[in-house]
Design a protein around this ligand. Sequence first.
Ligand code: HGY
Ligand code: MN
Ligand code: MN
Length: 416
Amino acid sequence: MTAPGANLRINGERLWDSLMEMAKIGPGVAGGNNRQTLTDDDAKGRALFKGWCEAAGCTMGLDQMGTMFARREGTDPNALPVYIGSHLDTQPTGGKYDGVLGVLGGLEVLRSMNDLGIRTKHPVVLTNWTNEEGTRFAPAMLASGVFAGMHAQDWAYARVDAEGKSFGDELARIGWRGEEVVGARKMHAMLELHIEQGPILEAEGREIGVVTHGQGLWWLQITLTGKDAHTGSTPMAMRVNAGLGMARVIERVHQIAMAHQPNAVGAVGQANVYPNSRNVIPGKAVFTVDIRSPEQGKLDLMRAEVERAAHAVAAELGLGCEIEAVGHFDPVTFDPGLVKVVRGAAERLGYSHMDIVSGAGHDACWINRVAPTVMIMCPCVDGLSHNEAEEISAEWAKAGTDVLFHAVVETAGVVG
Ligand code: HGY
Ligand code: MN
Ligand code: MN
């Protein structure tokens, strides 16, 4: 398809206003957002997004995982649509742009196409994927995973949060469970705009990341069981301390990731000890190991080493040890043809750019299994994300959305 002219640009101010408007819903305590999936705030954000899409002339779809689809017609109704979008759910201490830039940047593309009277052969569908973050209901990218056939829908509905509420019940409670069969939609292509969530683009002074690959990931939930006992009167030799075991495993995870540098990361972000009382030796510890690498062999080796280390620590301390894989996807190679389109768009628009591997997981990582897919990234300040202080510049937001605009128009094919 022919590439659009360099003068084709989005309305950066309107985009920024929409980002700030959405940020008012589910505010955090330090300037960011706490709009976790399937909460009342998520429902409010969905309603605002739906109103904006309808005002832009889109027809709305909703599937059984609550994923929202806003369709802008093309001249050929039978042509498979070009999908754009990301997610509106946030971490509990999330930023204003993680996921949201991809959704509202996509909306800005539709608004700009309307302003400029652009008609495309393929329809364009803007998507809000349910539960990308996976923090309330593990794993991450849950709805896009069901869409790509990686998870059964019943399994997804049965996922529970820390209060024992199930995904399926909460989706019904907020009134956003649709009728569409998940995954029935077929795609011509999928393009996701997202902030980098890392320091590379800013450090290199580049405005655009052309995402060629994505890291693979394992989330391993480890449960160590020992014996509750008095922290004062129990002799050290008699203790069966699950908290100590967790501490040793956390250290081993760090050492394993460091031993596989470069291109390996590992940490424990979620950890609970029980009964979590100041003067009780923890009889149980439950924590999730997050390890990632763009290299399949390294990723699988790290998983084996973490599991071996956990069992060794458990044996040293006389603890029970159960390990459950609660999240996984292999390293991703995005569509080379779409990567070329994105790179060409950045070039044509005069934005500095570089190829990059996504450190974070995204819905695009799953959709890449069922359609040609690519990602576009913009920098974020100090590479900080999953932190309420997450920040981007309006210029970076505009640059990423301009590139998305060009890549969408080229992929969907301008008519007339
Ligand atoms: O975990 C991730 O990489 C994504 O932010 N859900
Ligand atoms: Mn995200
Ligand atoms: Mn995130």
